[in-house]
Design a protein around this ligand. Sequence first.
Ligand SMILES: [Zn+2]
Length: 499
Amino acid sequence: MALKLFNTLTRSVQEFAPLAATGKHVGMYCCGPTVYDFAHIGNWRTFVFADLVRRTLEFSGYDVKHVMNITDVEDKIIKRVRENKTTLREFTGKFETAFLEDLEKLNCKKPTATPRATEHIKQIIELIEKLIARGVAYKAADGSVYFSIEKYRGCGCCYGQLLKLNLDEMRAGERVASDEYEKESVADFALWKARVPDDGDVFWPSPFGDGRPGWHIECSAMSIKALGETFDLHLGGEDLKFPHHEDEIAQSEGATGKPFVKFWLHGAHLLVEGKKMSKSLGNFFTLRDLLAKDFTGREVRYLLLTAHYRETFNFTLDGLAGAKSALARIKECLEKLVEFLDPNLPHTTVAPDVEIINQFKAALEDDLNISKAWGVIFGWIRDLNRSMSQKDFTSNQAAIAIGTWKTLDLIMGLNFEIKVPARLKENTVEMQGIAPFTGFAAKVEGEESVPHEIQSLVVARMQAKKAKDFKRADAIRDELKAKGWVIEDTAKGPKLKKV
Ligand SMILES: [Zn+2]
């Protein structure tokens, strides 16, 4: 089965295929934090979602370049810098560091690149110059440069690709200078904002005069620089669809004449205790607020990962308490498994439970059906607990189960520490050298690890046997033999030997 995702651009679930000719490399951009405060739990839902998408792609064997920008200059930041009587770098640096610390606490993989807007002023200016040269941007009387929606549409381009906009109701010549505005006020938006006294020291020289970039152009410039003029995936919270993402498309396609992004993925809103989060309602939480209430990053991550990314999620403190007990169930099972490991057993070749991994993978490939994926995990844990209560549960079964968990956790990212007896470390922990594509690790006694291609064949043969397709299983055995590997079926699972 191939990975399917809901593409906002086509409003449908589509099979994912990367643009790269290698079929392996994927470029993914997620709009990052605006570093003017600590990120709140609604923001974190988006970043944990981006982490899930990345891990799922990696699990499917893709090599992901994950870019997440740091918005370190825009309207809200400048206002705070002024209020705090500080410098831009000093102010944003503090919140950028805090953001990256929190990202780590939530076990999110660090993006491959985290470019800052203020370090891309050159690229931003070049992009604006291109838009002016193409006749879709103009300098207004206030000295700022605006994007002309009318001219853009006049070139046959489509404004309103992510959501339907009633452009005919637009009043010609209307302009908007602020970074955020409502759908009803769709209008020419600022690419470069001329310097005003309130900006203080925050400005850069440009061919259009001193000023600073608009928020939307920052993302176009940084994503194109990092991933090229056309790339695979662009993610963000659904509140960014308009105007931010719509404007990103217009600027990028207006400048390059090429399609900007193949797949747009949007994470849904988050409510807290059933209401829109707001400081006045007392339901506004940063990650730090929750840690101060003795919850852990792992618990918050788990809770955020229990809902499908396209569903509005109601985040509650009771839900977090529930997360605590769900995680305790997993942890307890893993600890029991470790007790079953016999440190005196000889080295054996073990493979994670292919059936469980395939069920889990199939759930995620179905537009990230996370509840189904958790269902597979908790069903498997229930079965394991039942098996462990019977007398004949073996050390080998425990090793297989631990390897299975490590494979599943490549996506869930709960990172429980599993304390395996020292002598067994080589046998079991090395199973982490799992080829993510197959979710399988085989190790030959006393030899280096098995090539990826061979592992895939072993898995394919196990699947064929499970499906009682013995003809295919035999054919694969012959293929392995031709490649110099002999497979032997034992009570403990298939064993490989090099001829
Ligand atoms: Zn953005």
